[in-house]
Ligand binder design. Structure first.
Ligand code: CTP
Length: 405
């Protein structure tokens, strides 16, 4: 999946040890299908060579406003006009200050000043020592830059090259990539609150064993990420899975269906959309043994009684806000056959406006999936694609169905 296909990015490097991470970031942009034009300040050249950045981007690097390659000697104009976004990574404390003052005595700040401000977004990945980061001057500069229309991508925290520990490290290339991809997605859910359940549940039998299922959580996590990319405030209620939390998403980890129910009911009263992707166990052992259940030597297996778990989706769908369509509920159905008939019946049974059906064995643990969307009007197939791509389409379909505000 090429998340930056067709995009042209200008990657600006300023003086800081984090320049070594800019090499990987450049590569990540290229791998995602973007074209990248690197522009470096003189200070950046102290940390990494233009040769490295040229090799990774496949284009000669610009370092000076006096570059003779330009027929009219105006690289600051044409470089900024071509870009879908300008990303400064790393952005030093000095360069932040330069941007705030609209300085224009070297190519990178000149180009930022000359960019068409409405059309070419400026994204900043600061990188500096923790004291420099915490200094009121830097914080003031950042607030000013944000109010001048730049997007500050934030910083990481931890061990710094100077030997100190704290805030101010540049975000990792993978984090920056995720943030920049998100930034460039359409904002169909701006200002909306979304709650997603994901993964399996685990119903304990004793302290050692329990009942669970093969759900990997990938589809739910992809939906949470896509909703966040679309501008929503997202809460992800996750069963036991080993997946990284999508950036900017609030995650609540749970184990059992009852815990998932509790966390969901705490989050939905403020939500506009609820998407139930979790493969919730239908039953739990009626009693959980406090100690490991041991073999008793008779060869007889213990009898286990089961109790039905609460249906989270159906409970939320019955709430007043859902009935009034202030809370838009989306369900999932994993079937093995007759998908359309089962999906239609399940949508009606759960009393929800939209249901996404899939064939269980074709989705569990896979990176790809295909969906059948069923609503009042009928059914629509979303052909096989990576889960994140399907999630983005699903999010757009949900946004289209929300009441206009
Ligand atoms: N769901 C839920 N709480 C449950 C069970 C299911 O929220 N206790 C949600 C799932 O997250 C999914 C949908 O309901 O969105 C699936 O419905 P369900 O009837 O449980 O599906 P199956 O278990 O596949 O049903 P069936 O027994 O009919 O195959």
């Amino acid at each position: 999946m090429n998340d930056l296909q067709g995009k042209h990015l200008v990657l600006g490097l300023t003086g800081g040890i984090a320049c070594y991470k800019a090499a990987e970031l450049c590569r990540a942009f290229i791998k995602e299908g973007a074209t990248v034009q690197v522009v470096m300040t003189e200070a950046a050249e102290q940390f990494i060579t233009p040769v490295t950045m040229q090799a990774l981007s496949g284009r000669p690097v610009y370092t000076s406003q006096w570059d003779v390659r330009e027929p009219n000697n105006m690289p600051h104009i044409h470089l900024s006009r071509e870009a879908d976004a300008i990303v400064i990574a790393p952005c030093s404390a000095d360069f932040l200050a330069r941007l705030v003052h609209g300085r224009a005595d070297e190519l990178l700040s000149l180009m930022c000043l000359a960019r068409p401000i409405e059309r070419v977004p400026l994204l900043i990945a600061p990188a500096m020592n923790r004291e420099m980061w915490a200094h009121p001057a830097t914080q003031r500069n950042m607030a000013q830059l944000a109010s001048d229309g730049a997007t500050i991508l934030g910083v990481g925290s931890g061990f710094q090259a100077c030997g100190e520990t704290g805030d101010g490290r540049m975000l990792e290339p993978a984090e920056l990539l995720e943030d920049i991809v998100a930034f460039l997605q359409p904002k169909a859910l701006a200002g909306k609150r979304v709650v997603v359940t994901a993964g399996p549940t685990f119903e304990a039998l004793d302290p050692i064993r329990g009942i669970t299922n093969h759900s990997s959580g990938k589809m739910g996590f992809a939906i949470a990420r896509a909703a966040r990319e679309a501008g929503a405030d997202v809460t992800l209620v996750a069963g036991p899975v080993h997946l990284a939390t999508p950036r900017g998403v609030a995650r609540v980890d749970v184990k059992s269906a009852r815990q998932m129910m509790e966390a969901t009911l705490a989050a939905v009263p403020r939500a506009d959309v609820f998407i139930a992707t979790a493969a919730v166990a239908d039953w739990r052992p009626t009693s959980e043994s406090g100690q490991k259940i041991k073999k008793d030597g008779t060869g007889q297996a213990p009898m286990v009684a089961f109790t039905e778990n609460p249906d989270i989706l159906a409970t939320v769908a019955r709430s007043e806000r859902a009935q009034r369509r202030e809370l838009f509920c989306v369900g999932f159905a994993a079937e093995s056959h007759d998908l359309l008939a089962h999906a239609r019946a399940k949508r009606e049974r759960k009393g929800i406006p939209l249901l996404a059906g899939n064939i269980g064995p074709l989705t569990f643990g896979q990176d790809d999936n295909q969906l059948l969307l069923v609503d009042e009007q009928g059914a629509q197939e979303l052909p096989r694609a990576p889960k994140l791509q399907l999630a983005r389409t699903l999010v757009a379909e949900i946004a289209r169905r929300l009441p206009r505000t």
